[in-house]
Design a protein around this ligand. Structure first.
Ligand code: ADP
Ligand code: ADP
Length: 232
C-alpha cells in the first residue's frame, strides 16, 4: 500500500520581497516496507523535503497524502498525524540529557492515551530491538554515540510509526559504528518497517533498496539499487 503519495509538491521560501524555490514539482510515491534513500548535495532541498514528509512543514504547492490522509489540514491535526505516523531519527540524536534511556524512549507515548504499565512494556520492547536492555537507567551522556543513536531509534520505533524518517543518522559516527546503525535500520526494514533515509553520502545511500537523487529542488533520478536486484 502507498504510505507516501506526493503530487506536484513545491516549496517556495519568501524572504522579504524575494522568493527562493527550494522544491519544485515533486511527484513521489513510497510503498509500505520500502527502504528509500534521498541523496543530493548541500542545498538540494533534502531538509525541506524531509520536513514536508515528516509533517514538520507544509508545501506551498501540490498534494501530500500520508497513509491515506490528506495532510492539508490544521496545525493541530498535522501535529497529531506527525506524532502518530512518523518516527524521526536525527544526526545529533536529540535525546533529553536529564532523562534516562527508558524515559527518553517512553516520551512519545506520554502524549498518547496509554496506561503507564503498557508504556513501560512498549519502551522495553523497543529498547530490546536495538540491543540496549542493559543500559535503561543510564543517562544519554553516559553512552557512546552509537548507543545514543540506538536510543533514538528505539524512541522512533516506540509509537509503531508508518515511516521511520532518518536524517543523516550516521553523520556524527565513525564508519564502523555507522555501519552498525545502518544494519539496525536494514533489520527493521526486513521486519516490514518503511524507511526513508536522507543523506549526502553515497556510501550510506547505497545501503538502501531505492535511491532518489534530488538537485536544485527537483528529482533527477529515482532508481532501484541494483546491488539488491542482481540476477533477479
Ligand atoms: P539540503 O538539506 O539539501 O542542504 P535544504 O532543504 O536545507 O537543502 O535547503 C534548500 C535550499 O532552500 C537552500 O538554498 C536553503 O538555503 C534554502 N532554505 C531552506 N530552508 C529555508 C528557509 N526556512 N528560508 C529560506 N530559505 C531556506
Ligand atoms: P542541513 O545541514 O540538513 O542541510 P541546513 O543547515 O541547510 O540543514 O538547515 C538547517 C535548518 O535551517 C533547516 O531547518 C532549514 O530549513 C533551515 N534553513 C536552511 N537555510 C535557511 C535559510 N537560508 N534561511 C532560513 N532557514 C534556513
Amino acid at each position: 500500500s502507498e504510505v507516501i503519495k506526493m503530487t506536484g509538491i513545491g516549496k517556495t521560501y519568501k524572504m522579504g520581497s524575494s522568493e527562493y524555490v527550494a522544491l519544485k514539482n515533486i511527484d513521489l510515491t513510497i510503498h509500505k516496507s520500502e527502504f528509500v534513500a534521498i541523496i543530493g548535495p548541500s542545498g538540494a532541498g533534502k531538509t525541506t523535503l524531509m520536513n514536508i514528509i515528516g509533517c514538520l512543514d507544509t508545501p506551498t504547492q501540490g498534494e501530500y497524502i500520508l497513509d491515506g490522509i490528506n495532510t492539508k489540514c490544521s496545525d493541530n491535526k498535522l501535529a497529531e498525524i506527525r506524532n502518530s505516523k512518523i518516527g524521526f531519527i536525527f544526526q545529533n540524536y536529540n535525546l533529553l540529557p536529564r532523562l534516562s534511556i527508558i524515559e527518553n524512549v517512553e516520551l512519545p507515548l506520554l502524549y498518547m492515551n496509554i496506561a503507564s504499565r503498557e508504556i513501560r512494556e512498549r519502551a522495553l520492547e523497543a529498547i530490546r530491538k536495538v540491543g540496549l536492555e542493559f543500559h535503561i537507567k543510564h543517562k544519554p551522556t553516559e553512552l557512546s554515540g552509537g548507543q545514543m543513536q540506538r536510543v533514538a531509534i528505539a524512541r522512533a520505533l516506540v509509537t509503531k510509526p508508518q515511516i521511520l524518517l532518518a536524517d543523516e543518522p550516521t553523520g556524527a559516527l565513525d564508519s564502523k559504528t555507522g555501519k552498525e546503525i545502518l544494519q539496525i535500520l536494514k533489520d527493521l526494514n526486513d521486519e516490514g518497517n518503511t524507511i526513508v533515509l536522507i543523506t549526502h553520502d553515497m556510501n550510506i545511500a547505497s545501503e538502501a533498496k531505492r535511491i532518489i537523487t534530488i538537485k536544485d529542488g527537483e528529482i533527477i533520478s529515482d532508481v532501484p539499487n541494483e546491488k539488491f536486484y542482481k540476477g533477479v
